[in-house]
Design a protein around this ligand. Structure first.
Ligand code: BTN
Length: 345
């Protein structure tokens, strides 16, 4: 490999840091010499040392022995490509390309830009902190360090008519993955919030580019309040949101959680791409964990607000609202608020 070819040209190409990390992970408990890395990657010894130093600053620990090289001693819980790949089952294609940043305005904004530039299907964008995290309906999504903020680029063609199922099946994938970590009292609020003991722990924002009939590409943003310290959230959010770690008293592994979400989600997404209904397969599960059904709700659709009883969610993800005048209103997409006088579940 030439000196140049070890350097990336596209933001989604494997950075040198990750190439070095891959070599260390492959060596397992063996030492890797600087000379060996230098030959393998076509980089100077000084460049290798600089990368090892930058890995140390991210929390990796190496032991060094004169003339015998370095050994990787500690791997932090970071969603870097080589680490995530070790946690993904072989058949999973999502997350094989990872763009990782310490800080970004919004992983969705970056992912949309990368998708436009041709980043491959299944690319995962992750950042430790978002300075301009985006929520639904143009809201701000507070994203301090400690949370899992990630966006998945999906670029297989999908009929626009089933695009709303994407967020619904994602909520089921996230629900299952969180539940694997510990027995949390989780519920799903239509269309796609995950609540823990009635407080929000996860929000999902799908942003879609379409030619009018089918989805050209989609960016699926998932924000999970995993290990955020309560003091790092604005006070008004502390009553509405909770972190999983604060709830269960132990840190949540981002790598395990992200790998489980991708593993759960991929087969459901593939069903949608194949023209099959994906949500109908998991609708019973969604309904069993719903925080919305059977409750009086206020639903905002565009500029209109409707009040009534959330009676049922169809197999194709349409919410059936029984209005106060007795009429039934099918809601395809919208925002649910709890009706006055009702406390959160
Ligand atoms: C909501 O309003 O409930 C949706 C919130 C979605 C937040 C996630 S965090 C990762 C991704 N990047 C963003 O800017 N937003 C989504």
């Amino acid at each position: 490999m030439s000196m140049e070819s070890a350097h990336s040209s596209n933001p989604w190409e494997v950075p040198v840091r990750d190439q070095i990390l891959t070599a260390f992970l492959a060596a397992k408990e063996h030492r890797v010499s600087g000379a060996q890395l230098s030959r393998q990657l076509g980089l100077t010894r000084a460049a290798i040392w600089k990368q090892i130093h930058s890995l140390e600053q991210l929390g990796f620990q190496f032991s060094a022995a004169t003339r015998r090289g370095y050994q990787l001693e500690r791997v932090p819980d970071l969603l870097l490509g080589p680490i995530l790949r070790q946690h993904l089952p072989e058949q999973v294609r999502f997350g094989r390309t990872v763009v990782w940043q310490q800080e970004v305005d919004s992983t969705n904004v970056l992912a949309l830009r990368l998708a436009q530039q041709g980043a491959p299907h299944g690319t995962l964008v992750n950042a430790l902190v978002q300075t301009g995290g985006r929520g639904r309906r143009g809201r701000r999504w507070v994203s301090p360090s400690g949370g899992l903020w990630m966006s998945l680029i999906l670029r297989q063609s999908l009929p626009l008519a089933v695009a709303h199922e994407l967020t619904l099946v994602t909520s089921v994938a996230v629900y299952r993955a969180i539940q694997k970590q510990a027995a949390f009292p989780l519920s799903i609020k239509w269309p796609n919030d995950i609540l823990c003991d009635g407080r929000k722990v996860c929000g999902i924002l799908a942003e879609i580019r379409s030619d009018g009939e089918s989805v050209d590409y989609a960016v699926l943003g998932i924000g999970i309040n995993t290990n955020v310290q309560p003091g790092d959230l604005p006070t008004d959010l502390n009553t509405k949101a909770v972190s999983l770690a604060a709830y269960c008293g132990k840190p949540i592994s981002h790598v395990d959680l992200a790998a489980d979400i991708l593993t759960e989600l991929e087969p459901m997404y593939n069903r949608l791409v194949a023209g099959q209904s994906a949500f109908s397969q998991v609708a019973d599960e969604w309904r069993a964990h719903s925080a919305t059904l059977g409750r009086r709700v206020e639903v905002t659709v565009g500029h209109n607000t409707y009040r009534g009883l959330a009676e049922w969610l169809d197999d194709d993800g349409v919410l059936q609202l029984r209005l106060d005048d007795g009429a039934r209103l099918p809601i395809h997409s919208g925002e649910v608020l709890w009706a006055e006088g009702e406390s959160h579940p």
